[in-house]
Each structure stands twice: as C-alpha cells, then as structure tokens.
Design a protein around this ligand. Structure first.
Ligand SMILES: *Cc1c(COP(=O)(O)O)cnc(C)c1O
Length: 417
C-alpha cells in the first residue's frame, strides 16, 4: 500500500517521504538567515483519493468523525493518543456578547478547556502520540509559555520526558505549570526568538525530538483538528468568518489546513473567511504581508502568547491568506483589555489576552459595520485567563474589605440597584 501521507515543502514544493523525523525542507533550510522567517516549513499531504474511496460519499464526514479523523492524521492508530481529553472543546452560540445588537450570529470555540488550558494541547497531543508510536521518549520545545506548559502536561500524561525552553519573563502561571508537570525547564535570558534558536541547537546536539512550532510539521496537523470540530459543531455547515489570534501563524495555518482537507475530500466546497488578528504592538505578519523584504518591529503587547518578532510560519500563513482571500486586522492593548472584560462579563468565559484579541477583532469588525446581518462568526478562544492574571490587573479594582456586619454591608450595597 502506498504510504498514508508525505511531506511537501511549502516553498519549493519538493516532496519528501514521511518515513523518518523531518523538520524543515532540507533544501530550503539552507537559505534561511537569522532574523528572517524560516523557509521550508513542510505541509502534510494525504492520499485524498484513497480516503474518499473508503466511505460512501454522503457519509464521508461522519465516518471520518467516527474514527476520530485517524485517516487524516499522521498516525497508524489512535492508541498512542493521550488519555487526557484533548480537543472536543465546547462550542457556544453567544450573540448577546456584542454590545449593540448587530443581528450577528456569534459562536465561541472555547479551547481554554483543554487539559493544560490552551489550544496548544492539540499540537502537543499529536506530536506526543507520534513520538510514542515511533518509540521516542524525550521531546523538546521552545515556547512563549503555552506550548511549553502544554507539552509538559501532555508528556506527563504519556510517561514521556519534556525539555522546555522559555523566556525567563514568561507569565508565572505558565512557568509554574511547566515545573508542576515535571518537565526539565530551561528559562532563557532573552526573548522567545532566542529560546527558539537555543532549542534547535539542543535538538541537533542531543538528538531530542523537537515540537517547535513552524519547525515540526506535525504541530499544524494537530491544530487543524479544530476545523473538523467547528464543521461538526455547526451541524456540518460552514461559518462566514473565523477570527484567529496570530503570533507565529501556526494556528492560522492549522485552521486553514483542516478546512483544506475537507475541501480536498469534497466535503465542503468553499473556504470560510479567516480573519488573522494581531496585536498592534506585534503585527509583523500584517506589516510584512505585501512587502518584498521582511522587516521587524520589536514586539510590545500584553498579549504575550502572540508577542512575536519573527512570525515563524510567516510564509505559509501569508500563502494561505492570499490563496483563500483571508483578512487581517490589528487590535490595540486597550482594545484587547476591553474585549477581555466584555467577554468575561457577558459569557462567563475568562480568556487570556491573546484569545481576547481575537474577540477584539470581531468587536472591531462589527463596530465598523463590516459584517453582514445574519452572518455566522466564530471566535477562537485559545487560552484561559487564569494563565496571566497580571495582564488584566489594570482593568479591575478589588474593593476594600467590609466589616463583617449587616450595616456595613448595607452601606456598600446601597450604591447598587
Ligand atoms: C500560541 C498562541 C496563539 C498564537 O498561535 P500562533 O500559532 O503562534 O499564531 C494564540 N493564542 C494563544 C493562547 C496561544 O497560546
């Protein structure tokens, strides 16, 4: 039987068999220089005709769903999949989350409900399962915090060892998670980009298996599972727009890849509009979208998970956006904070700033009348607000304590209606 999948370079289109560990395209990798996005990120290509043959066309999606999309994953079986519940996260319709009633349908995909409280578990689970299936026990990653805490937690559940490189200034909750899960943590004096480069050197020197985003092609394959769920949870319909927070652009590519798999199989016939949302203070993907030479603005945003100087998956993300007419928007830190408060108060979902940024993108769109009445809009909520309490402190006030008697209480409550 022909192999189930192979890799294809996003840049030079060269094909590679997937019978061993592969990271970047060996040919394009040579062209890469420090300070620039990486060429040679690999796409995973399946034998779509073979998959289509496997099921009667009418029930194709349902039969794929019944086997947990194994036909569209680079695994031989689901046995090595973590025991923890990864993915299959809640999906809510919450039109009232908007201030003015715009007659929009608003759906929230709450990926903070993953085992380590972020979307990153989708990628970690697949990388970990693949490693298990292939007899690999130590996995390394560089991370702004979530990918590392995710890999650490998933590896703990799988009896695997993880080595995590993080900028020393990552939020305390994420650092705490990494240590609690028993990973080997390497805080790096420097930013994410420096931690990333050091983790690659460690991979080359010690032969670890590397989970880095836009380096290990399987992260995209893990992340794409969200699109299968969205299609399913919408009753096998497509949304009009999906708002996705963007740092390195791997979640964005994953969302596209999931829908693209469904396009390849003829299950859907169009791509929804994906809206890439970046922080104004970290907008290097949007800044460089139409430029010939890549320039970098140093990132400053409170949304640490999307604070990235060099979007690692820049080329693939831009290719997808161009191919499928994706859209882009930036939101400021005050807009992110306001969105975070509004989301929490109107839905009971407390998201971390990077996730609130995606919601801020929707608010900005609806505020400027860019969305058609009745249109279906999904916001990807990628992480939990408990991961970064410091970020929102400026937007809340904890009242002074009251004396424990009813009169003192009455004077406080008299201000409320
Ligand atoms: C990593 C992350 C993102 C951004 O994903 P990229 O693939 O880097 O674009 C957004 N939100 C959260 C919570 C994340 O952890």
């Amino acid at each position: 039987m022909a192999s189930k999948y192979h890799y294809q370079c996003n840049d030079c289109q060269a094909d590679y068999p997937a019978d061993k560990v592969m990271y970047l395209c060996p040919a394009c990798k040579e062209k890469n220089v420090a300070g620039q996005p990486a060429n040679g990120v690999l796409n995973t290509v399946y034998n779509y005709e073979e998959i289509r043959k496997g099921a009667s066309f009418k029930d194709l999606f349902s039969s794929l769903e019944a086997e947990r999309f194994l036909s569209l994953l680079p695994l031989k079986s689901m046995d090595p999949w973590p025991k923890l519940r990864v993915g299959n996260t809640p999906f809510y319709r919450f039109d009232q989350v908007l201030e003015k009633n715009d007659d929009l349908e608003v759906y929230l995909k709450d990926d903070s409900q993953n085992p380590t409280f972020s979307f990153k578990d989708r990628a970690s689970a697949l990388v970990s399962a693949w490693a298990k299936e292939n007899g690999i026990n130590t996995i390394v990653a560089a991370s702004t915090g979530n990918a590392g805490s995710s890999l650490a937690g998933i590896c703990a559940s799988q009896e695997q060892r993880s080595v995590i490189f993080v900028p020393a200034a990552a939020p305390l909750a994420k650092l705490t998670q990494i240590v609690m899960y028993g990973a080997i943590i390497i805080p790096v004096k420097g930013n994410y980009d420096m931690a990333f480069d050091l983790s690659i050197k460690a991979t080359e020197k010690y032969g670890f298996y590397n989970r880095n985003t836009a380096y290990n092609p399987l992260t995209i394959e893990g992340k794409k599972t969200v699109s299968f769920e969205l299609f399913s949870q919408m009753g096998q319909q497509l949304p009009d727009r999906v708002f996705v927070p963007v740092g390195d652009g791997v979640i964005l590519a994953g969302v596209y890849k999931g829908f693209e798999d469904l396009l390849q199989l003829g299950i859907i016939s169009r791509m929804p509009v994906i809206v890439a949302v970046q922080a104004e203070g970290s907008r290097n993907l949007i800044l460089n979208y139409s430029r010939d030479t890549f320039i970098t603005e140093p990132s400053t945003t409170l949304a640490d998970s999307i604070s990235v100087d060099i979007p690692r998956n820049f080329f693939m993300a831009v290719d997808y956006l161009k191919k499928y007419k994706g859209e882009m928007i930036t939101v400021s830190d005050p807009e992110i904070l306001r969105a975070s408060v509004q989301l929490s108060r109107k839905t009971g979902i407390f998201a971390e700033p990077a996730a609130a940024a995606a919601f801020a993108g929707l608010l900005k769109y609806s505020g400027s009348g860019r969305l058609n009445p009745g249109s279906k809009n999904i916001v990807l909520l990628t992480g939990s607000g408990l991961k970064d309490l410091k970020a929102v402190q400026s937007s809340i006030t904890l009242p002074d304590p009251v004396d424990p008697d009813i009169d003192a209480l009455s004077s406080v409550l008299s201000g409320l209606s």
